[in-house]
Write a protein that binds this ligand. Structure first.
Ligand SMILES: Cc1cc2nc3c(=O)[nH]c(=O)nc-3n(C[C@H](O)[C@H](O)[C@H](O)COP(=O)(O)OP(=O)(O)OC[C@H]3O[C@@H](n4cnc5c(N)ncnc54)[C@H](O)[C@@H]3O)c2cc1C
Length: 297
């Protein structure tokens, strides 16, 4: 049985519990307004978005994404990075890498964006209950994992240890610095960050994210691992987990491919037999293994 589909509703549109869902057509964009923009790093910003007028934005599950439309520029997939149990607003953390992401991060409070979704599968929060949750993130990959962290913190009794391993290129690329520091003080929670290049004033770990595994005591048979980051990083993390005996059925990854429709019509994001938009972006590693092992796919 596929653990993701066993915990997620097969019908992701309208999403479960959607109150006052605004669009019944999956291709219909809901008008929304940026209510807050926060600078995370030199190139990454977190935007809070509220529905225009007195409408409500739909609920989402940790790991799902929206299609955000910047009028006159284009539409792009962005993961929802906020608290799934805080209705009324959606939060996105966006790294400016091109035209559409630049247009998004330069939106000012009060300006409009269009929102479609949420789309896609979610992190297996039900299947992970009663276990240690190991979160491994690289760079902007921490954004789609943050709702899973919020979920654990809101339902702390449902999970054992929470372990967060996070790698970024340099100290100035680390996201959510204050939250990471605060989470590290919580009971049964271990948070370790590392950077590829530290510079003179960095006092933390230096090295790729897998170097942090030496500071973690894993209980392989009772751990669920959630991984998001560049594919090369995910490959090495999975190798580390295999060495430590974590079953591949307990490892979940988030895949990223260029996409247009987000609902499996256009085929832009097809990888093997899967459409990343509707069969993913979150997959059990076992399902993705044949495709992740093939470079350049
Ligand atoms: C399911 C999903 C969730 C995502 N969540 C986030 C998020 O939370 N925050 C965030 O900042 N970005 C996220 N992205 C990536 C984001 O959608 C792309 O960065 C964006 O579409 C780039 O558009 P652009 O016009 O700014 O840049 P473009 O000019 O289109 O591209 C700039 C550069 O980025 C590369 N690129 C563009 N799209 C992708 C992609 N999907 N995968 C890999 N490389 C790409 C291009 O090849 C080019 O080198 C997500 C993508 C997917 C598929």
């Amino acid at each position: 049985m596929n653990p993701v589909s066993s915990m997620a509703t097969p019908e992701l549109w309208p999403p479960p519990g959607a109150a006052g869902a605004l669009a019944t057509n999956v291709m219909e964009t809901v008008p929304a307004r940026v209510s807050r923009v926060e600078k995370e790093t030199h190139d990454t910003f977190t935007l809070q978005v509220e529905a225009a007028d007195s409408l409500e934005l739909p609920r989402f599950s940790p790991g799902q994404f929206s299609m955000l439309y910047v009028f006159g520029v284009g539409e792009l997939p962005i993961s929802i990075s906020g608290d799934p149990e805080r209705p009324g607003q959606l939060t996105y953390t966006v790294r400016s890498v091109g035209q559409a992401t630049y247009a998004l991060v330069t939106r000012q409070p009060g300006e409009s964006v269009g929102v479609r979704g949420p789309f896609g599968t979610s992190w297996p929060m039900t299947a992970a209950r009663g276990k240690d949750l190991l979160i491994v993130a690289g760079g902007i990959g921490l954004a789609p994992l943050r709702p899973a962290i919020y979920h654990v913190l809101r339902h702390r009794g449902d999970f054992n240890r929470l372990i967060i391993l996070y790698g970024a290129r340099s100290p100035r690329d680390l996201l959510y610095k204050k939250e990471l520091a605060a989470w590290g003080y919580l009971p049964d929670t271990q948070v370790l960050s590392t950077v590829d290049y530290g510079g003179v004033s960095w006092r933390g770990y230096v090295g790729v994210v897998t170097t942090l595994f030496r500071y973690v005591r894993l209980q392989p048979m009772s751990t669920t691992a959630l991984i998001c980051g560049p594919e090369i990083m995910m490959r090495y993390v999975i190798r580390e987990l295999e060495t430590r005996g974590v079953p591949d059925t307990d490892v979940y990854i988030s895949m990223e491919r260029n996409m247009k429709c987000a609902v499996g019509f256009c085929g832009h994001c097809q990888l093997g037999p899967n459409f990343i938009c509707k069969d993913g972006p979150i997959f059990p590693y076992r399902e993705m293994r044949p495709w992740l092992d093939k470079y350049e796919l």
